[in-house]
Design a protein around this ligand. Structure first.
Ligand SMILES: Cc1cc2nc3c(=O)[nH]c(=O)nc-3n(C[C@H](O)[C@H](O)[C@H](O)COP(=O)(O)OP(=O)(O)OC[C@H]3O[C@@H](n4cnc5c(N)ncnc54)[C@H](O)[C@@H]3O)c2cc1C
Length: 460
């Protein structure tokens, strides 16, 4: 039997980062992965979707080329080569997953390909082999939640309904795509397929999509999606599904929607198989952990999607590092208050910290400042002025409480806000820090001036 200090179950961004960190800190480490190294993030989530979105963006630019003074004589000659798009996506994925595998090996992490069953708190079985371990990190991730709607299962078996995994590898681009759910993943796929010419309809149960966002950002994104041609049906109660047809009740009226494909994207559930032999405490969203990523069993930790705190790759990785540090004798926690959350729509959304509503509910004396991209030189040069930044701050010290950005590069821009909030920075620091010109990041500085007094490049 091989002995390890730390055994990590699951090779996603939580598990593989934890394994590399553990090995770097001198622990004898194993990682056990049942599927592909890289987990959902590298194989079916973060990376492949962004690769396809880039292709869609290039196509969109070409179709709007005259805006940039470039005449494409016959736009009907501009063809989407879906097979080549998928090939490019697959190449990016294999380059990355191959790179991660090499990193694991170079750091002397032992990789086991197979399903891990925890036998007891110090023993894991994989491919009929037992491994002995002082500590276990569970990083088994999550899977799509499948609703209990009449006809759903049958329609899925017939291939009409696909999950986020299937929708990136469709044989053909669908003419009509129905999307169940109005969360981040739904919006990213709506953006992708809409840009590629598919007729996209989002069927959403409540009266608002992207509900967790600051109201100003979600309202504007709703408008942009609609302007771009995405249909959004709110208050949509699904009654049953028959093949590619969805029977619904919308505001008291029966309505039927039909698509070539139906993407189900209504949340995810934790992967808890293989843990049956241990008495690990769980709640609705996954495994219960404390601030040190520890479960109720003292040498077992749970990180990433499976603990249900945040379903984000960068949180999984941060939790992985934190768990390892705690196992190896440090006291390590994470500041969940500044976790950035991103949507790779056109334009992108990057947010961190409190929304205006949340800040008020927490009792802050709130002051906000917005600055439009339309008043930013780089945005004008790029021809992408649809968006804005909103800073939420407390009025007394001007401490930054939340930053909400809608801009083509919002997902990169938000990192500045995270760092500022991590340092408990104020609008004074953001306004004082010299930002490069011309960049979209200048809007951060301008909005910060607006918290203190007034922005420079707009008259108020
Ligand atoms: C379409 C889509 C787009 C996304 N885009 C983003 C994004 O842009 N940014 C972002 O931050 N997040 C994004 N996410 C979320 C992100 O993918 C997850 O938060 C992240 O992958 C979670 O990492 P993890 O390590 O916890 O689990 P996972 O990535 O799910 O990895 C868990 C791994 O464990 C393995 N496993 C499970 N059980 C066992 C077992 N018993 N034995 C062995 N192996 C096992 C699985 O095979 C899997 O490979 C996206 C998700 C989806 C679906």
């Amino acid at each position: 039997m091989t002995n390890y200090d730390i055994s990590v179950i699951g090779g996603g961004p939580g598990g593989y980062v934890a394994a590399i960190k553990a090995a770097q800190m001198g622990a004898k480490t194993a990682i056990i992965e049942d599927g592909n190294i890289g987990g959902v993030c590298l194989n079916w989530g973060c990376i492949p979707t962004k690769t396809l979105l880039k292709s869609a963006k290039v196509y969109k630019y070409m179709m709007n080329s005259e805006k940039y003074g470039i005449d494409l004589e016959n736009k009907s000659n501009v063809k989407i080569n879906w097979e080549n798009m998928k090939d490019r996506k697959n190449k990016v994925v294999s380059q990355l997953t191959g790179g991660v595998e090499t990193l694991l090996k170079k750091n002397s992490v032992d990789i086991y390909n197979g399903f891990a069953n925890i036998i007891d708190k110090n023993t894991i079985e994989v491919n009929n082999e037992k491994i002995n371990t002082k500590n276990i990190i569970i990083a088994t991730g999550s899977s799509p939640r499948l609703p209990d709607i009449p006809g759903f299962k049958e329609s899925m078996e017939k291939g009409y309904i696909v999950t986020s995994k299937g929708v990136i590898d469709l044989d053909n681009l669908p003419k009509k795509l129905l999307i169940l759910g109005g969360g981040v993943i739904s919006v990213e796929f709506a953006t992708l397929y809409n840009a590629l010419g598919t007729e996209v309809t989002i069927l959403h149960r409540s009266e608002k999509i992207l509900r967790s966002l600051d109201d100003d950002i979600s309202k504007k994104m709703n408008r942009i999606l609609k302007k771009d041609g995405v249909k959004i049906v709110y208050n949509c109660d699904i009654q049953k599904i028959e093949d590619n047809k969805i029977m619904t009740i919308v505001k008291g009226k029966e309505k039927v929607f039909e698509g070539d494909k139906i993407l189900t994207s209504i949340g995810r559930v934790p992967n808890l198989k293989g843990l049956e032999n241990i008495d690990i405490k769980k709640y609705k969203k996954g495994i219960i952990t404390d601030e040190y990523m520890r479960t109720n069993i003292d040498n077992i930790y749970a990180i990433g999607d499976v603990n249900g705190k945040y379903m984000l790759a960068h949180v999984a990785s941060a939790e992985g590092i934190s768990a390892v540090e705690n196992i190896l004798g440090e006291k390590s926690t994470i500041n969940y208050n500044t976790v950035p959350s991103c949507i790779y729509s056109f334009p992108e959304i990057g947010v961190s910290g409190l929304t205006e509503k949340e800040a008020k509910e927490k009792g802050y004396d709130v002051i906000t400042s917005t600055f439009p991209l339309a008043a930013n030189g780089k945005a004008l040069a790029e021809g992408e002025t649809d968006g804005f930044i909103k800073i939420v701050s407390d009025d007394k010290y001007k401490e930054i409480l939340g930053v909400h950005i809608l801009a083509p590069t919002a997902t990169d821009m938000i990192a500045e806000a995270v760092t500022t909030m991590e340092l408990e920075g104020t609008a004074y620091e953001l306004a004082k820090a010299i930002h490069p010109h011309p960049t979209l990041s200048e809007t951060v500085m301008e909005a910060a001036h607006g918290i203190i007094d007034k922005p420079i490049h707009i008259f108020r």
